[in-house]
Write a protein that binds this ligand. Sequence first.
Ligand SMILES: [Zn+2]
Length: 225
Amino acid sequence: MGICNSIVRIAFVCGLLACQEDVSARYVQSDPVGLEGGINSYAYAQSRPTQLVDPLGLRPLTENEKTFLRSHFGSCLDSVLEKFDVNVRTFGDTRRAVSLDNGFISFPSSYFQDQDPSKELNLASPRVASVMGHESLHQLQRLNGINVTGQAALLQLTASLGISDPYSYPSSSDPQTMLGTFRTGNIEQQGQMFEDYLFIRLSRGDPARYQAIAEYVKNNCACSK
Ligand SMILES: [Zn+2]
């Protein structure tokens, strides 16, 4: 079992389900670069500061990216922050981000500064930053024991059959109503609500209706009831 198996399987799942945003397929190994028993991929990358990207295009978070996540998730993601692997999506729908297990997140190349994955994500863009928030919320869901992989696959299946849009949710001007919707929502509704919160906030709009959600996530390190 290795990265090739994983990628083939993910590509198959994406082709089968016509991935709309982010299928969360299980990443088989915790060390996708296959360096277990020796150097971990993070230390490997860090030891080569002039070349943060390893041969597979994975890189750890930059300090700015960590700071961004901590500003919205507090310390909730600290246990996986050092394990994040950021890279360019090369399979499935490459226009959309995808989040896998163990902090593995792939973005469209356009999300990186100069479209260079060795550089930082363009977090000045509300779109890029809010999608980063969406994918990172999936990591928090996983930390909460939620089977994101299985649920995402099922949601994408129903979406591909035209049964439902897994991202849509009822909006309300009341922050507590919105929080209730969030806490009982499916994983993609939660991801979309968090993404919309960040997008509105970073676009200098008024995110008041999402404020209770933002505080709930940050203070409880939780998504659901
Ligand atoms: Zn998602």
